[in-house]
Write a protein that binds this ligand. Structure first.
Ligand code: NA7
Length: 553
């Protein structure tokens, strides 16, 4: 079979927040011929796939949006304090329609390989299509590669099993069923209360107990919506000036600088206010173990107050890491759910899962749990997983070979040995430690400027230098070790949730403000840390489409 490749100026992979904005910038500002290749049948990225019960963003709505356009901001109104998954898809569809983006998105395209042919990227699609372009930008998100643990016997299970990150669009009917949920991260903590409402029985299998703070979600009243519309500049300035890019300030106070009583009252107020703001009550919660202990103990005492069964309360509050050293969840009635008659908690650290049987689950002790549905709220092969599954091959090595000992990237944006490939929110960027749309916009703007620079100066290739990338990897590590984040060694920030994955702290913990400055400096210094290759006489930017052999030859 002969395939005629589709030649473009740039290819973007993924149609979530990042891919949509990248398409807009390259097409509408640089006038490039660009297509987005998207595996799903609609826009949304992470939110296209994560449709599990209770799926909702932990960032507050007014900060979880694009800030590049006042007009878009004023034309959209969120309905609740935190946006639910369906409303986020509505928002992204609204943006895509307003900017007329969908005509340049190819849906249902699963990328199977990306190979540099000497002057451009050749991207192959499951089914045979081939796209080629000198610029390739991955906008595949950090949490899009579902992690289903390899538990023996899963194939034999006669009931239904689902992963929260690949939730069936038609939903799952739990009515009257015996449901087992594995996992108590942010996802499991959101899902369990909603599943429990219709399930016959819900058993939550907990390996690591987790902190959680009430989200205090609720509808926005018209007055608040009006305030948000009228304060675009202030909200934008706020998300651009806080280290975590959320629309609230982190207190300058240290936890041990106030009296015990004051501290307790401040935590109480933050608990009532709810959400990730709890972490912002003191600025040193992730810097001082003593300070962190005060927050940890406060939350544990709340768990013990809420949960009536003392043994269940003990298991839920037996938490082994500092507060917020793993991604801190927020919830709606998570701990309260364990007071329901139809909900049970099982400690699978004390008694690990041995196998899945045709009718349920068996633990190492021999205890059997009969189940109709198993929900894997077991997280993702985060940050590197979505990139590695693209089959990226540079001139000298594949990305999986290059990252065998862990991800190496300069600024989380580009890798040595992979010219003209940019990764939005790649490993080494602040991404998941920040309110995602803000770093996404910053990355996309930076990448767009770099491509504009290259085109203006007839630069054919931009490639991160090895020294710069190694230096950045060291800096990312240092930034993490300046905090308590490394103390949760089993978190996905470390890749520890996927067996065999190298243990490297992946996101940049130095904060968005500092990160933005570093990126801007590199650009202002003529893309310091990048090797810039000049175009040959023909120029890399114009070449005719030629037929190449596709699969099946
Ligand atoms: P997480 O945070 O990775 O949580 C996954 C949960 O699943 C966590 O409780 C794990 O326990 C548990 N898990 C994973 N594998 C197993 C096995 N084999 N047996 C028992 N328990 C297991 O993923 P989420 O989807 O909740 O959240 C991901 C991010 O999405 C979140 O941080 C936000 O940024 C949004 P463990 O802790 O590893 O012992």
């Amino acid at each position: 079979m002969t395939v005629t490749p589709i030649d473009l100026d740039a290819i973007v992979i993924g149609a979530g927040f990042a891919g949509l904005y990248q398409l807009h910038r390259l097409r509408d500002d640089l006038d490039l011929d660009v297509k987005v290749l998207e595996m799903g049948d609609g826009v949304g990225g992470t939110w296209y796939w994560n449709r599990y019960p209770g799926a909702r963003c932990d960032s507050e709505s007014h900060g979880y949006a694009y800030f590049f356009s006042r007009e878009l901001h004023e034309a959209w109104q969120w309905s609740e304090r935190y946006p639910g998954h369906a409303e986020i898809r509505e928002y992204l569809n609204f943006v895509a329609d307003r900017l007329d983006l969908k005509k340049d998105i190819r849906f249902g395209r699963k990328v199977t390989g990306c190979r540099w042919d000497g002057s451009r990227w050749v991207v192959t699609i499951d089914g045979g299509e081939v796209y080629r372009a000198p610029w390739l930008i991955t906008a595949v998100g950090c949490l899009s590669s579902a992690n289903v643990p390899e538990i023996p016997g899963l194939d034999s299970f006669q009931g239904q099993w689902v992963h929260t990150g690949q939730w069936p669009h038609e939903g799952v009917d739990f009515t009257g069923k015996k449901v087992g949920q594995i996992g108590t991260g942010s996802t499991g903590i959101q899902a369990a209360p909603v599943i429990a409402e219709t399930a016959g029985d819900l058993t939550v299998f907990q390996r690591t107990a987790n902190y959680s703070v009430p989200a205090r979600n609720g509808p926005w009243d018209a007055e608040y919506a009006q305030w948000v519309r009228e304060h675009y500049d202030e909200i934008k300035a706020m998300v651009h000036s806080t280290p975590n890019a959320h629309p609230f300030r982190i207190s300058p106070n240290k936890a041990m600088e106030v009296s015990d009583r004051e501290r307790r009252e401040m935590y109480e107020r933050a608990w009532e206010k709810g959400g990730l703001r709890f972490r912002a009550v003191f600025h040193d919660l992730l810097l001082s173990k003593t300070s962190n202990n005060t927050a940890a103990e406060f939350i544990k005492s709340k768990i013990r107050q809420i949960v009536k069964n003392p043994e269940t309360a003990r298991m839920l509050s037996d938490i082994d890491h500092p507060y917020a050293a793993k991604r801190p969840p927020i919830d709606t009635n998570y701990f309260e759910t364990f007071n329901r008659d139809n909900v049970a908690l099982v400690d699978v650290r004390a008694d690990p899962i041995a196998e899945i049987t045709p009718t349920g689950m068996r633990l190492e002790s021999g205890a059997e749990h009969e189940l109709d549905v198993i929900v894997f709220a077991t997280g993702f092969d985060a940050m590197t997983g979505p990139l590695l599954r693209l089959g990226i091959e540079g001139p000298e090595a594949t990305l999986s070979d290059y990252w065998r000992q862990g991800p190496i990237s300069y600024l989380g944006l580009a890798m040595p040995g992979f010219p003209n490939l940019f990764t939005v929110t790649g490993p080494g960027s602040p991404s998941v430690l920040a309110n995602m749309p803000v770093p996404i916009e910053q990355h996309v703007d930076w990448i767009t400027d770099a491509i504009a620079h290259a085109r203006a100066k007839r630069i054919a290739t931009i490639e991160a230098e090895e020294d710069a990338a190694q230096g950045w990897v060291d800096h990312v590590r240092e930034a993490a070790f300046a905090t308590l984040l490394p103390e949760a060694g089993h978190s996905w920030y470390w890749g520890a949730n996927v067996p065999g994955k190298p243990r490297v702290f992946m996101p940049y913990a130095g904060g968005m403000v500092r990160y933005r400055e570093v990126c801007d400096r590199a650009a202002h210094e003529g893309y310091a840390g990048f090797r810039l290759g000049q175009a040959g006489p023909a120029g890399v930017l114009d070449y005719a489409a030629t037929a190449i052999d596709g699969p099946g030859v």
